[in-house]
Design a protein around this ligand. Structure first.
Ligand code: PEP
Ligand code: MG
Length: 325
């Protein structure tokens, strides 16, 4: 198995019947760049910038952020780098940015809810990201979106920042794809409206599962109820895949479940065109995608969407695992 995995790692993630998926990496620090072979991935699907901010004692300046982002862009050698704006709050705290103590932090002040209020954080970060676009393909990803109004508010700051930078003589790419995280359940019911306005979406299943099932992802008392294979999650994922296809927009899963080989096959069958995983899952993901024809994966999806419980769905995924050997 190990040698089978490594023999697939350097090959493209193409199904036996010819559909190519982008297999991307999730990065939390620039050190992660040394842990894998860049030629084994199609780019960065999620740069979690809050972790770059965590390793410090004060907020990084625009210049420091720019240098970090540029380092990632340079090392990816022309592959796209998806930079997510700061997603602090909830379980992710910065030692030097004390957010108020909240009874329900997961339902509280986090992600874009913070950066739309503390706009300087967003403006400085956007300046650094936009300056990095002069050095290679960069995509911007906005976390914790729950409404179209939030998207419009971010776009307004995005446009103002771009204008400011070009007026100041900086080189900024003419087209910077902007996407949103799909991780708050409200977005499931306004997907078509959101998709009409953004360039791509990326499903954050870590949070989507927590919010759909009302199970705090970090609470040990309910961790047994945290079930990514709940039919509500599986049906939501399928609907997101369908909606993105209708809109002709790229759709990725960057939550941890994408690193599960059987789930990856399911997601391919649902029409996801990219999967973003921690670097150590690249090989297994490629192996799975290269093993099962898309037509077969689509058949499995049809079957799984009729199942009524996580127990049934997990049993069905065992079938895929067996197929993969
Ligand atoms: C997610 O929610 O699935 C995700 C990828 O983001 P994070 O784990 O950083 O919240
Ligand atoms: Mg998230």
């Amino acid at each position: 198995r190990t040698s089978a995995l490594s023999s697939h790692a350097g090959k493209p993630a193409v199904t036996p019947d010819g559909t190519k998926l982008d297999v991307l990496v999730n990065l939390e620090s620039v050190r992660d760049l040394d842990t894998f072979d860049v030629s084994h991935c199609d780019g960065v699907g999620l740069l979690r910038t809050e972790f770059l901010y965590m390793e410090r004692t004060v907020f990084p300046s625009e210049e420091e952020q720019f240098r970090l982002y540029r380092r990632v862009v340079d090392s990816m050698q022309g592959r796209p780098v998806t930079i997510r704006t700061l997603d602090i709050g909830g379980d992710k705290q910065l030692p030097y940015f004390k957010t108020p103590k909240e009874a329900n932090p997961a339902l509280g002040w986090r992600g874009t809810r913070v950066t739309l209020e503390w706009q300087d954080l967003l403006r400085v970060q956007l300046r650094a990201v936009m300056r990095a676009t002069a050095h290679g393909p960069v995509r911007l990803l906005i976390p914790m979106i729950s409404s179209l109004d939030e998207v419009h508010s971010v776009f307004k700051i995005f446009d103002e920042t771009r204008l400011q930078l070009t007026e100041q003589g900086y080189d900024v790419a003419p087209d910077i794809p902007v996407g949103i995280m799909i991780e708050v359940p409200s977005t499931l019911w306004i997907l078509d409206d959101l998709l009409a306005e953004v360039d791509f979406i990326s499903v954050g299943t870590n949070d989507l599962v927590q919010y759909l099932l009302a199970v705090d992802r970090d609470n040990v008392f309910v961790s047994g109820l945290y079930e990514p294979m709940h039919p509500a999650v599986i049906r939501a994922l399928a609907e997101i895949g369908r909606a993105a296809k209708r809109a002709g927009k790229s759709v990725c899963v960057c939550g941890e479940i994408a690193g599960d080989e059987a789930v990856a096959v399911l997601l391919a069958g649902m029409g996801y065109d990219s999967l973003s995983v921690a670097p150590n899952f690249l090989a297994v993901l490629k192996f799975a995608i290269r093993a099962i024809p898309l037509a077969e994966a689509q058949g499995i999806v049809e079957h799984v969407l009729r199942l009524r419980s996580a127990t049934e769905i997990k049993a069905s995924l065992e079938g895929i695992r067996k197929r993969l050997g």
